[in-house]
Design a protein around this ligand. Structure first.
Ligand SMILES: Cc1cc2nc3c(=O)[nH]c(=O)nc-3n(C[C@H](O)[C@H](O)[C@H](O)COP(=O)(O)OP(=O)(O)OC[C@H]3O[C@@H](n4cnc5c(N)ncnc54)[C@H](O)[C@@H]3O)c2cc1C
Ligand code: SF4
Ligand code: SF4
Ligand code: SF4
Length: 446
């Protein structure tokens, strides 16, 4: 069989499994893959003619799944689901500006700046806020500029093709640190296995925990909810602006600032705009990173949850503590881990993904070929998860969505109902309690 982008087109893009990581575009030696638009970053042929059938685009694509060390562990084992790691910490940047303007504790930004200042790397890959909405809502940048790194703080929950930098890295001689989502770093790892030059240039990989990314429609939808016309939008100030959990905040051309609470934004976007691939994703803790970072959980404090996976990560954290740049505290003790975001992500991402993928497989629908983790899964969770999955497929249908968004209050109510309220429904809670009572091993229920 000829191995080229046609496989990706059929099995990934047309099967709605592309996470827009950008790696196929970045690795193509003939540059014959491009993005359909710089809005939704769907990859497409720019010219089939130049293709040399090298198959590299297939080799790097993470969409159909990849192996994870956590797959050897029981699905109910909290720390086992993290994959390989040395320690788990909570921590924060001691620089006040970074800590108060970052997504959570500002550890990502502090580490990037340290790596540059101590000359571990010459450039870093970040996702930068754009000053003008004409340049897109955010952009992937390779930089050594501290101002740009500071301007890149805060998570942007839209798809951004970090993997496209493979081409730039291949053609430059600098050592690089890269920040990316789990699928993006898995693609970078696949690229490193194929191209030794990528392996030798990328010196440090910072992974972000990841629940979902949204299609770029999400911005349009948020503007509708905030009653802002797109033509009046100057820029997105941030997705997590102003404290915990923060607000989706925009600046209009006349200087007005408008904000929508993160909780509202999140429930609407997860319900209506999350990528199909994200609902089938099991690598939520970024196993292919040197260090993985997430929110601590419960919006308790401006701290980052840190999973250090390699000796290099341990060394950098220790040096930064010594230099008073960060403060960290080990929370490896599994009792404390239960109070963090980790069990929530295991339930919402790993277990539900396993349920959905099994369901799609039983229907012969092309899905992600993850290994199945052993362990018992609550039957109520199975029903709830499949019900919500099928409902969100319906709600993401453009005709249905358009009807709901005719009334912004309807969109808010439906979004919150699907994302938060259904699992809190009194009937579902009662059934979960009953199930727990009659099950022999109580621990199997998360
Ligand atoms: C799409 C997305 C989903 C996430 N989902 C979860 C979740 O479900 N649970 C959880 O605990 N944590 C999640 N996180 C991680 C969390 O939001 C924080 O990024 C993490 O806590 C680190 O915080 P920080 O203050 O150290 O980062 P900061 O110092 O604020 O630095 C953030 C860094 O993230 C990079 N970045 C921002 N957006 C993107 C993007 N779209 N793609 C690649 N890089 C980007 C920027 O370049 C910047 O360097 C998610 C992050 C993203 C981007
Ligand atoms: S040249 Fe190689 S990487 Fe590019 S499209 Fe063809 S097969 Fe894919
Ligand atoms: S490599 Fe990334 S962007 Fe390309 S098809 Fe696969 S998931 Fe999509
Ligand atoms: S949920 Fe998974 S597929 Fe989606 S962006 Fe995050 S890591 Fe990629």
């Amino acid at each position: 069989m000829v191995r080229n982008f046609n496989y990706i087109k059929n099995e990934v893009v047309n099967s709605n499994l592309c996470s827009r990581c950008g790696a196929c575009v970045g690795i193509c030696p003939k540059q014959v893959i491009t993005f359909k638009s710089n809005v939704n970053y769907e990859p497409t042929w720019s010219s089939e003619e130049g293709c040399i059938n090298c198959g590299l685009c297939i080799d790097v694509c993470p969409a159909k799944g990849y192996s994870l060390q956590a797959d050897n562990k029981n699905i109910n084992d909290i720390s086992g689901n993290l994959g390989r790691f040395i320690d788990v910490y909570e921590g924060k940047a001691l620089d006040n500006y970074i800590n108060s303007n970052a997504t959570s504790g500002g550890i990502v930004t502090a580490v990037l700046i340290y790596l540059l200042k101590c000359k571990e790397v010459e450039k870093v890959v970040v996702v930068e806020n754009t000053e003008d909405s004409k340049d897109g809502y955010a952009k992937v940048t390779v930089t050594s500029n501290i101002e740009t790194i500071l301007n890149s703080m805060q998570s942007k929950y839209i798809q951004l093709p970090v993997g496209k930098v493979i081409n730039e890295i291949r053609n430059k001689k600098e050592n690089i640190a890269i920040v990316g989502l789990p699928c993006q770093l898995a693609a970078i790892d696949k690229a490193s296995q194929k191209l030794p030059v990528i392996k030798s240039r990328i010196k440090f990989k910072i992974g972000l925990f990841c629940g979902f990314t949204y299609t770029q429609d999400s911005v349009e939808d948020m503007l509708k909810i905030m009653e802002v016309k797109e033509i009046n939008l100057k820029r997105i100030v941030g997705w997590r602006n102003g404290g915990l959990p923060g607000n989706f905040t925009v600046e209009l051309n006349d200087g007005t600032i408008k904000a929508l609470p993160f909780i509202k934004e999140h429930s609407i976007n997860v319900t209506f705009n999350a990528l199909n691939r994200c609902g089938l994703c099991k690598d939520c803790f970024a196993e292919y990173a040197d260090i993985s970072l997430g929110d601590i959980g419960g919006w308790r404090s401006k701290e980052t949850l840190i999973v250090s996976r390699t000796d290099k990560a341990e060394q950098i954290l220790a040096e930064m503590v010594k230099n008073n740049l960060i403060r960290i505290k080990s929370i490896r003790d599994s009792k404390y881990l239960k109070k963090t975001v980790i069990p929530f992500m295991i339930k919402e991402k790993i277990i539900k993904t396993q349920i959905r993928n099994k369901y799609l497989k039983s229907k012969n629908i092309t899905n992600v070929e993850w290994e199945y983790r052993k362990g018992t899964i609550s039957k109520i969770l199975k029903i709830e998860s499949l019900l919500l999955y099928r409902l969100s497929l319906l709600l993401r249908n453009s005709k249905v969505k358009r009807k709901i968004f005719k009334n912004k209050y309807m969109a808010i109510v439906v979004g919150e109902l699907i994302y938060y309220r259904l699992s809190k429904n009194i009937l579902v809670r009662a059934m979960k309690k009953l199930e727990k009572k009659f099950l022999k091993d109580e621990d199997v229920l998360l």
